[in-house]
Design a protein around this ligand. Structure first.
Ligand code: SF4
Length: 306
């Protein structure tokens, strides 16, 4: 099969656009969607210091690759890769090595933050033993550590490598859970820093690119990527939702795009008051005004009591 845009052999079919694309046009298409998203979300507001959360997996690695090469010659944009080491033996070590190799090859500053230094716990021991569900702890600690270190690094934005499938899956899960508050908070967190000045603004510039295209991009570019899944990954619901979405996508190409735009439209109309944010009594990080401790510190307190 030939590329729909030139005579080269196609490497991928984009059912939602009706096109087949060759290697060169796949790269162009991924890069142009990241650039469009940066423009649409107004991520370039002046001198920028972007902290990119890089796990060593394909999504964040592709995002870092695209950003570093796109803004290499732009003196207004500084990029720092930030990797968390949750303390998961045999998994995170190799992922960190992959992220370090990628950052070095792109000439990007790379920082690693260890849970043990940050919270005094490792997922492998105390946290995992706490209730047998490490993701519930780890996820909260991850968000806190990313936010804290984005602030420490004076980041103007914290960029995450979530792809279209991730974002559509999260949207659908929030619908299924009836998580109206969560929808409103997610939307609020993506507003400008003036409106939520307690947080470093988060953004997902890869969110218009389907997971398969990210995977093929990483493979064809031979990026150093660690492909194993975390041994603690729970995610049964997320997997079910993903399968459901892909089933719809096969029958009705473009379903993921529709789910995301419907979710954003709905979330934008929900009434979330960002003034309901207060400082945690223990660490000073933002938390909701009706609690003394943020979720990380509440969980840490639970772990310490065990
Ligand atoms: Fe942490 Fe769970 Fe993600 Fe593993 S899968 S890194 S335990 S949140």
């Amino acid at each position: 099969m030939e590329c729909s845009l030139c005579d080269e052999p196609a490497v991928l079919r984009q059912a939602y656009s009706g096109k087949h694309v060759c290697e060169t046009h796949l790269y162009e298409s991924v890069e142009s969607r990241v650039k469009s998203r940066i423009r649409e979300d107004d991520l370039l507001e002046g001198d920028e210091r972007w902290v990119v959360g890089v796990s060593g997996g394909k999504d964040s690695s592709v995002l870092l690759d695209v950003l570093a090469r796109t803004f290499r010659e732009n003196p207004s944009v500084e990029i720092i890769a930030l990797t968390l080491d949750e303390g998961i033996e045999g998994y995170r070590d190799e992922a960190i090595e992959a992220s370090r190799e990628l950052a070095d090859s792109l000439g990007v500053r790379h920082e690693v933050v260890e849970f043990e230094d940050e919270f005094g716990v490792r997922v492998d021991d105390e946290v995992a033993e706490a209730d047998g569900k490490p993701c519930s702890y780890c996820g909260v600690f991850r968000r806190t550590a990313l936010n804290r270190h984005a602030e420490r690094l004076d980041a103007t934005k914290l960029l995450m490598g979530h792809n279209l499938d991730d974002v559509a899956g999260t949207a659908l899960m929030n619908f299924l859970d009836g998580g109206v508050d969560r929808m409103a908070r997610h939307y609020s967190a993506s507003l400008s820093t003036e409106e939520t000045d307690e947080f470093v603004r988060r953004a997902k510039p890869l969110r218009d690119v389907p997971e398969k295209e990210v995977a093929v991009y990483a493979q064809l570019k031979d990026l150093p990527v660690y492909l194993e899944e975390c041994p603690n990954a729970e995610g049964a619901t997320r997997r079910d939702v993903h399968e459901m979405l892909m089933e719809f996508e096969r029958k009705r190409p473009g379903t993921r795009h529709s789910v995301v735009s419907a979710y954003e439209e709905m979330a934008s109309q929900l009434d979330w008051d960002s003034a309901e944010v207060a400082a945690c009594d223990r660490c000073g990080e933002p938390t909701s005004a009706d609690t003394d401790l943020c979720r990380s510190c509440s969980m840490l307190a639970e772990v310490e009591e065990m």
